[in-house]
Design a protein around this ligand. Structure first.
Ligand code: KIV
Ligand code: ZN
Length: 530
């Protein structure tokens, strides 16, 4: 259940931190990440499923589309507090009031620049003019909405004396939440924490309001600064999914929430975030904003829970807590903790092979291990598809059901793209060609592969990466499909993007076929392939 108090204490005795999500406002200010209002609505529904306490869905005055998105989200998500964002200007406030008027719970968030450098060169106002504007606009907003959040923009580069004066003025006019943004990502954790303590102690009325942290990541300290603010007593943190936002971004929701979750005993706080929704939310935002996630990004990056070193893999297989401080499955992240590469050992190899339903006989593991190391020495990592191939030749059995025999695509800027593929099915012996059209070559190719499969396959995700520069650059494709709701991933590298996607898709299909067959064998009591 959503709580609308910023000072509530949860039943566990831990202080509850309100999670304020600004992915759809500050996050959208990330270059190239702008969203259509219909995409905002879909993402806002997911944010509600994630258990966000307050959503800032846009900047109502900035465009009719943003106004409409804030309005629709206010009407639909009645259980979440909706935040209307506005400069300390009457037209902005009026737009924010109108856009949020149908919300079940709402607040207005007013901001004005406060650092001397912004006053001189951006706002071109004196400190006294700023205090006057802030006073008048908070008083005006308060006539319409009870909960008023106020942000002095660039607070961490604002002189203390002026910061105190400004905050005191808006509290006197009825502001209920004081957000102290580190707008430029400049503060150090101890400085940032101290600012909250100093404001609370030195501003008249400072102990009557709630405090919020809002950190940018220019020096990579947004999460550390937000934690320092929590330790200094703030009850709300402003975050974005995947840390998207202006320049280097905002405090990342998933990193902050998992730091709180993992170290809750040390921090004595908790959030209401629904952890199993974290990964899906991250993927949705990444896709909608066309914003790829770095492989090594904490929590949601592709490598975040993958282990290549043999020592780590061995430890993990004995007890997961040896080398992992979080359980990825609890965050909705499919577990694929072991990447097979040149550092992997026999234990990890045997474990992965067993996952394919293959039990190796005496001596086969040693033979397989030698072959595996020879490939691993050449390549960065051994994909499941390659592994199936060498396991098959070690045990003299074909484990790859589908073999891609031919791929053709015809692209024209005037017509639909056409693809045709020929796939051999090693179980039935059939070799069939399928063709399809699509708006793009890859869409057409995927349609062909879907129609060639004997099972219903849902194409979930495709990530493409360029592996090198120049004319001979290679593409790496990572494909995710689902069969009977179970996800399978395949990756492939090729100089031709379409071929990389084709091989990665077939690899995922082979894994699905292998696991469907293993299920059938298990049910019929046939046991593992050996
Ligand atoms: O970074 C910032 O200062 C902001 C606000 C205006 C709160 O996004
Ligand atoms: Zn910001």
């Amino acid at each position: 259940m959503t709580t609308h108090s910023t000072t509530s204490t949860a039943s566990t005795g831990k202080r509850k931190i309100t999670i304020f999500d600004t992915t759809l406002r500050d996050g959208e200010q990330s270059p190239g990440a702008s969203l259509h209002s219909s995409e905002k609505i879909v993402l806002a529904r997911q944010l509600a499923r994630l258990g966000i306490d307050a959503i800032e869905p846009g900047f109502p005055i900035s465009s009719p589309g943003d106004f409409a998105a804030v309005q629709q989200i206010s009407r639909e998500l009645q259980g979440v507090e909706i935040v209307g964002f506005a400069r300390a200007l009457r037209p902005d406030i009026d737009a924010a009031i109108r856009a949020t008027e149908d919300a079940g719970f709402r607040r207005l968030h007013l901001f004005i620049s406060s650092s001397q450098i912004l006053l001189e060169h951006q706002l071109r106002k004196s400190q006294q003019q700023v205090v006057q504007m802030a006073r008048e606009m908070v008083a005006y907003a308060k006539q319409h909405v009870e909960r008023i959040e106020f942000s002095p923009m660039d607070a961490s580069r604002t002189g203390e004396e002026f910061l105190f004066e400004l905050v005191e003025a808006v509290i006197a006019e009825g502001a209920t939440i004081i957000n102290i943004p580190d707008t430029m990502g400049y503060a150090l954790p101890d400085e940032y924490g101290r600012m909250f303590r100093r404001v609370r102690e030195n501003v008249r009325g400072g102990d009557t309001v709630a405090y919020s942290a809002h950190c940018h990541n220019d020096l990579g300290m947004a999460v550390a600064n937000s934690i320092a603010a929590i330790q200094a007593g703030v009850s709300q943190v402003e975050v974005t999914i995947n840390g998207v936002g202006e320049r280097a971004g905002n405090c990342s929701l998933e990193e902050l929430v998992m730091a709180i979750e993992t170290r809750k005993e040390a921090l004595g706080v908790e959030t209401g975030i629904v952890l199993p929704e974290l990964y899906e939310t991250s993927r949705m935002v990444s896709r909608a904003m066309h914003f790829p996630i770095a492989y090594n990004k904490p929590i949601v990056g592709r490598n975040a829970f993958q282990h290549e070193s043999g020592i780590h893999q061995d430890g993990l297989l004995k007890n997961r807590n040896t080398f992992e401080i979080m359980d990825p499955e609890a965050l909705g992240i499919p577990r694929n903790m072991i990447i097979l590469g040149k550092h992997s050992g026999r234990h990890a190899l045997q474990h992965r092979v067993a996952e394919f339903g293959v039990a190796l006989q005496d001596g086969q593991l040693e033979e397989l291990f030698t072959r595996f190391k020879a490939i691993a020495d050449e390549k960065k990592h051994v994909t499941d598809d390659e592994l199936l191939r060498i396991v098959g030749s070690t045990i003299n059995q074909t484990l790859e059901r589908f073999v891609l025999q031919d791929v053709q695509v015809v692209t024209s800027s005037l017509k639909n793209r056409v693809a045709s593929v020929t796939i051999a099915d090693q179980i039935t012996g059939a070799v069939q060609s399928h063709s399809a059209t699509g708006d793009g070559a890859i869409e057409a190719l995927i349609q062909c592969i879907k129609s060639a499969m004997p099972f219903d396959m849902e194409f979930i995700d495709l990530e493409l990466q360029s592996m090198a520069h120049g004319e001979r650059a290679k593409a790496e494709a990572a494909v995710e499909i689902a069969v009977d709701g179970r996800p399978y991933r395949g990756s492939a590298i090729d100089q031709d993007v379409v071929m990389a996607v084709a091989h990665a898709s077939i690899s995922a299909c082979n894994q699905a076929a292998r696991s469907v067959q293993a299920d059938v064998e298990a049910q019929s009591g046939a046991g593992a392939v050996s």
